[in-house]
Design a protein around this ligand. Sequence first.
Ligand SMILES: [Zn+2]
Length: 253
Amino acid sequence: MAIAAAAALAPMAVAAGPCPGHPDALGTERVLAVDATSTPRVGRKSFPDTLPLQRKELVLTFDDGPWPGTTPKVLDALKNECVRATFFLLGRNVAANPAIARRELAEGHSLGHHTFSHPLLSRMAAARAEAEIDRGIAQDEFALTGQRRSDPGTPFFQFPGFASNRALLDRLQARHIVVFGADVWASDWVAMSPQQEVMLIIGRIERAGSGIVLFHDTKAQTAAMLPAFLRELKRRGYSIVHVVPAGNRGNSN
Ligand SMILES: [Zn+2]
């Protein structure tokens, strides 16, 4: 009883509740707090380790937005299934579309960072690369909170093109910012039909069994396939895990 009462008071516990108007929704099974001390870097496409997920548990991530036309469709599909995801924001797109970023926040998603203008940071001088990271964070935070700060509310970062280097990884770890990679991706930078993309990503997820799944909410084919993809996950018995920053310093509301 005490445990149930404590869970009811936790701000994110509502994620596991019923989905209004959609009793058969995929839903969000649980919330996983992630912190840079225990998991500074996650995603086996780039790093040795990933998040502590059980079999058939998936974390959904979307890069490069927000983008008009596609991101609102992605948000509609997630809302319809009561699924919470993580968006890695591109500062210049947030500057152009701040209302969409604020909608992502208002609908309970986690908002990480992905630089201002998407350069390959591994090829830049460390100081310039970090300035690009901070410019993105400051733009994102300004749209979300009204403050241009380089200390992100949600300390999650993803390198454009997964192009990291040791100096930048060390620097982000020192700042307690978790670097996200992916375990599975949809290759949605390659043109294909929404139906082809669903088949491709479901096949890869079935082989991986669990993990962090990477999409781009800037891609029309991804926005189009998302409703069918989420239905297929439900049919196949997958569960969605929502990652939030440890210590509740994040954007969750
Ligand atoms: Zn990207």
